[in-house]
Write a protein that binds this ligand. Sequence first.
Ligand code: NDP
Length: 234
Amino acid sequence: MAEGQIIVTGASKGIGAAIATELDGRGFDVVCLSRSGTAPKGHGIACDMTDEAAVRDAMAEVAKRGPVAGLVNNAGVHIAGPIATLDTRDFDRTMALNATAVMVAAREVYPHLKAAGGIIVNIGSFFDRMGVPDNLSYCASKAAVAAMTRCMAVEWARDGIRVMNVAPGYIETDLNRDYLAREKVKAWMAQRIPTGGAGSVDDVARLVTAIFAENIGYLTGETIYVDGAQGINH
Ligand code: NDP
């Protein structure tokens, strides 16, 4: 992998912040994007990933700083609710950040990554292959991430760009802290997750960092689940 900056979206907290911190610790030059622009490590840029013009400007700003070697499409939202009363605006909000913004960010960074022969890591979810009650929008958006990962990998392989989908299971962050704290949920996780419970942000961060650090030329287009084997436990 060529030398250059790695852009992490949604890097102000949670999994994104852990990824930025781990990458920085391994010597990578990190650029953190989020609406607040808070950077736990590296350089921070305020950018709403659902604002196409802002994403274009942010990618151009990064490219002006120097070569771009990677993108981690991590920013995401989770809005739960039954299908029967699902508000179309909530469905659209979920798709706008979890799916459309992944495509837009990849498209806008592509000319810069092409120059460097870089890597894109999309953060999906183990829900991408499940039917989960109250989670239609989220499941659909993460299935789209897995599909887009395959398309980008095939279409951009000859440009020297590799694309991976890292799909976490339950990881305790602001996204789900209240839900995971419920006694009923804890008991259910202990029973259903073969490793016994939720994973940590560091589990995801170390996997993402390994993809950049190990730079395996023949590995592209795949989904790697980091979910304690919950997704295959039937
Ligand atoms: P958090 O809610 O903890 O963090 C979300 C991050 O995204 C924040 O940095 C937030 O910063 C940023 N963000 C939110 N909206 C936007 C936006 N419109 N534009 C730019 N940045 C935005 O979430 P997690 O860390 O838990 O989740 C990160 C990713 O991991 C998501 O894609 C999620 O779907 C996925 N995931 C999480 C799992 C979990 O159990 N936690 C499981 C499976 C997948 P700011 O508010 O400053 O913009």
